[in-house]
Design a binder for this molecule. Structure first.
Ligand code: ADP
Ligand code: NA
Length: 326
């Protein structure tokens, strides 16, 4: 079949905010809705082990990140969500890749060099991480990898390693995947100044109690325009953040009211913001809680995707073994 196969890795994290939703999650949902694409979304729990101090965390977090993606609308029809640690084929292929890769290549990787430069004790796992990532990609015959601008090095590594291996065994065992740079613009934070980020504490969570959302929305910086002044939506931080999640109707309503001004102040816009946030993410929250509490249902939903992914992984691994005479 002629569908394009995408692989994307997600790391389990804590609370998700509107910036994550807008910049990373929503584009992935849209990719999965397109029937010309086959999207394999892999929760990369093995990658989460490279930091020794957090080595005991990945299990529960993986379940919640999978629940989150499903609740937010990932389309499982023809696509899949898988957990990396359920695919031992990845470990096998990563060993084959590491045996055709020069150690020096790994020592030059950004993540490893940064850890050393910052005086951190880098684990062998961190050094080896680009190999594991290359193996994630080749193990499922992935063709396209959505990447942020900063992740290009690892992707180049992955195709270099695939090429090196293929040359060595003189067989096209592994596919060389292409990166697809995501052009998603950055969402601004409540300070109206920097990008929304947990580290700047200028974020608005997607799942939180209404009280917390209200408090965060109150913090959004505004200018000093009065209740009846016309306001420019393009410079209004409330509106900019609002656009990242609100429905078309809600967006054009707020735009009109701001431009006209009369009787619509920033306080009104903030109230509309909170209401729309509740409307959009309230139903997602219910689904999310359902998946969190019904592990077996979740497993059944994921099953067809698991079978497909196992078929790909077995076939790639078999090709590698054949080429190596194993
Ligand atoms: P944070 O900066 O809050 O720690 P992360 O670094 O964990 O967020 O980001 C996870 C994903 O969400 C990344 O793929 C990143 O591109 C996306 N993302 C994070 N913040 C924003 C933002 N303000 N605008 C657009 N995308 C974002
Ligand atoms: Na799809």
């Amino acid at each position: 079949e002629g569908r394009k196969r995408f692989l994307t890795g997600v790391k389990a994290t804590g609370q998700i905010h509107l910036g994550n939703y807008f910049g990373a999650i929503k584009p992935m949902m849209e990719l999965s809705q397109n029937i010309e694409n086959e999207v394999i979304l892999m929760c990369v729990d093995w990658h989460g082990l490279t930091n020794r101090s957090k080595i005991l965390l990945p299990g529960e977090l993986s379940h919640s990140i999978i629940s989150l993606y499903l609740a937010l609308g990932f389309n499982l029809k023809g696509n899949s969500i898988i957990l990396q640690s359920d695919f031992p084929q990845i470990q096998e292929n990563s060993w084959y890749l590491s045996c055709s890769t020069a150690a020096g290549l790994l020592e030059r990787s950004h993540a490893y060099k940064d850890a050393i430069a910052n005086g951190k004790e880098a684990t062998a796992g961190l050094l080896y991480y680009p190999v594991l990532m290359a193996s994630d990609i080749v193990t499922f015959d992935s063709q396209f990898i959505p990447v942020g601008k900063d992740q290009n090095q690892h992707l180049e590594y992955a195709s270099d390693m695939a090429k090196l291996f293929n040359n060595l065994v003189e067989t096209d065992v592994y596919l060389e995947a292409q990166g697809v740079i995501q052009e998603t613009p950055t969402l601004i934070g409540t300070d109206g100044d920097r990008k929304m980020s947990k580290s700047y504490n200028n974020d608005i969570p997607i799942f939180a109690a209404k009280k917390e959302i209200e408090k965060k929305v109150k913090e959004i910086k505004t200018d000093s325009k009065g209740l009846d002044d016309p306001k420019d939506p393009n410079t209004c931080t409330i509106f900019q953040i609002f656009q990242s999640f609100a429905s078309e109707e809600a967006i054009s309503y707020m735009k009109e009211r701001l431009e006209k001004g009369t009787g619509y102040g920033y306080g009104h816009a903030k109230k509309d913001f909170v209401d729309e946030h509740e409307r959009v993410f309230g139903s997602f929250r219910e689904k999310y809680d359902f998946y969190l509490n019904n592990k077996n249902t979740l497993k059944e939903l994921l099953q067809p995707g698991y079978e497909r992914a196992h078929k790909y992984a077995d076939s790639v691994t078999e090709r590698a073994r054949m080429a190596l005479g194993l």
